[in-house]
Design a protein. Structure first.
Length: 193
């Protein structure tokens, strides 16, 4: 029996964590209770980068020379996400950059003192992160990667709604604030019937 392919839903795919975390570094956003939008690039500071990588459970000491590489991987990831629909020249270059970095990462297999196998990623931190990102990217639905619709927020998120209707990276604060701003402007400028 032939099924109509148009009606077969595309699976949501697995929600990326590192891809989002990396793509959102250095982006403008406006936290709740803050009057203006802000941004901070951790890859301009050695300690901030070390702390961030530890929170992502990426091992290894970060050196000054890693910072520029991490920025390069992050920038490539952001261009890749932005160009997912167009597949333009810049998108192709970004994909190439991600893959080149990922190539420098390899699996290491070691025997622990307990006699068990220990598997871990090895290589420069930027290579490890690129490898983890391409693994995540391959498991998700790229068309669900979106940028928050609130004008003061540039954060990327993964739309897990069945009908792909999510507009904001999170309800708090972006969804609430955007709706509040819209209702205020409707009150100010009522549309003539
Ligand atoms: Zn947002």
């Amino acid at each position: 029996m032939n099924k109509d392919r148009k009606h077969v839903p595309i699976p949501i795919g697995s929600v990326p964590t590192l891809v989002l975390a990396l793509a959102n570094t250095g982006k403008m956003y406006r936290p709740s209770r803050q009057a203006i939008a802000t941004s901070f690039d951790p890859f301009t500071d050695l300690q901030a980068t070390q702390d961030l990588l530890r929170s992502w459970e990426i091992e290894g000491l970060v050196r000054e020379t890693d910072l520029a590489q991490l920025q390069e991987v992050r920038d490539a990831l952001q261009i890749f996400i932005r160009g997912c629909e167009r597949h333009d020249y810049q998108w192709g270059l970004a994909l190439q950059t991600l893959n080149q970095f990922a190539t420098a990462c390899h699996w290491v297999h070691q025997l622990s003192e307990k006699g068990t196998l220990v598997e871990k990623l090895s290589g420069p931190v930027a290579a490890i992160i690129a490898a983890c990102c391409v693994t995540e990217l391959a498991k998700l639905d790229l068309t669900r990667l979106k940028t928050c619709c609130r004008s003061e927020c540039e954060l990327v998120f993964y739309d897990t709604t069945r009908n792909r209707s999510a507009k904001w990276h999170a309800e708090n604060p972006c969804g609430w604030r955007a709706r509040a701003a819209r209702s205020q402007s409707n009150e100010r400028d009522p549309v003539d019937a």
